[in-house]
Design a protein around this ligand. Structure first.
Ligand code: SIN
Ligand code: CO
Length: 381
């Protein structure tokens, strides 16, 4: 796993002065950084149906974008195009390992690792993103320009490409292998490859109220909650039939507020909603599943690795009861497994030593066995 070095500031400085505030180049954030997968492997992934990918290039000066899967790249030539593959952390363990160096940001904020391969002159054009991104340069050099926040016009340069007008740069830097460019949401930016190059973008996306509330509405329906009707016994006579008066407005709001004020409900919703993946997991169920204590025996010999993209969370509100959320499901391992829940959700690798204190808890063994059998965790070779 690559180790992150912040040569000019500490993680605390980064979080208080840059995170969500301003872009910065972190020179040699990863020393001796090498591509986590090769351009050929990336091109191969983009041929798979389940993998989300795009090609971006220009024809006669006009921007073009195509969605994968792709069958061939031969027609594209040697320059002026790039291939972008989303959520590669789901498909390649080496790439999933790139998330860990950024674990000073909680995993629920993490979106995916996007990789782009670009030929000389290639890039996606000037644009604005809604997420925080650490663009980690792999092989080859790429020039990045980043502009300041402002009223930047956005327009469709192609049906699938939202661009922004040219901007003055506050950062204009050539990135080499191991350099990292951090860009918060809203800053216009553009990368143009100077050579054949690879970049690995670790993206963090926050949530909007509309997204959370629409998820909450689904949660309430699925769990048959929140169906009580607004009650208004002993209401005074109404004189203006068309009016929603202040008292009724307060009743309407109070009914919704009561849902939001129910901490147990919101904790359960947040855990399950945030632990859902936005794209497929590369799940490989075992042909010969583990039974009983077999799994514990195997754990004495090999550690368990969490499948790339699998999201595992607990919420402070309920973790003492041993509750955790994995891939959108709630698991109740019991208060005795409180520590095991922390170990499961806070670590990518589970060793025997890490879990030893709870390996006599039947609920943990049963759950872990199910998770390994369905492919959520797998044994390191
Ligand atoms: C790229 O890596 O080419 C695009 C990344 C971005 O600007 O979002
Ligand atoms: Co971008």
């Amino acid at each position: 796993m690559p180790n992150l070095h912040l040569p000019d500031f500490s993680v605390e400085d980064f979080l208080s002065n840059y995170w969500q505030q301003k872009p910065v180049v972190i020179r040699q954030g990863f020393k001796n950084f090498e591509d986590l997968i090769s351009p050929d492997e990336l091109a191969g992934l983009a041929c798979e149906e389940e993998v989300e990918s795009r090609l971006v290039y220009k024809t006669d000066g006009l921007w073009q974008a195509e969605s994968g899967p792709f069958e061939s790249y031969a027609h594209l030539g040697e320059q002026g195009w790039c291939l972008i593959v989303q959520a590669v952390d789901h498909w390649a363990p080496e790439v999933a390992a790139l998330v860990q160096p950024f674990s000073f940001i909680p995993k629920w904020r993490f979106d995916d690792v996007m990789i782009s391969y670009s030929t000389p002159g290639g890039g996606v054009g000037p644009h604005i993103d809604l997420y925080d991104v650490f663009i980690c340069q792999g092989s080859g050099r790429r020039r990045w320009r980043v502009g300041d926040l402002g009223n930047h016009r956005q327009f469709a340069a192609h049906a699938a490409l939202l661009h922004t007008d040219p901007f003055d740069a506050i950062i204009d830097a050539e990135l080499q292998a191991g350099d990292i460019l951090y860009i918060p949401p809203g800053f216009p930016h553009e990368g143009v490859s100077l050579e054949h190059s690879m970049s690995f973008s670790v993206g963090f996306r926050s949530k909007s109220a509309s997204h959370m509330l629409s998820g909450l509405a689904d949660y309430l329906i699925d769990n048959e909650l929140g169906s009580a009707l607004i009650a208004d016994p002993k209401r005074p006579p109404h004189t203006q039939q068309g009016r929603i008066d202040a008292d009724d407005f307060a009743r309407i709001k109070a009914q919704m507020q009561a849902v939001l004020d129910d901490n147990a409900l919101i904790a359960d919703f947040a855990g399950s909603f945030l632990s859902k993946t936005k794209c497929e997991l590369d799940l490989q169920a075992l042909d010969e599943p583990f039974y009983g204590r077999e799994l514990v025996n195997e754990l004495t010999r090999h550690s368990l690795i969490r499948l790339g993209g699998l999201r595992c969370f607990y919420v402070d509100e309920t973790v003492n009861q041993g509750i955790c959320y994995i891939n959108g499901e709630r698991y109740d391992l019991g208060a005795a497994c409180h520590g095991a829940v922390l170990a499961l959700c806070d670590n990518e690798v589970l060793s025997y030593a890490l879990l030893e204190s709870w390996l006599k808890q039947p609920r943990l063994i049963d759950a872990l066995t199910d998770w390994v059998n369905c492919g959520y965790w797998y044994f390191q070779d």
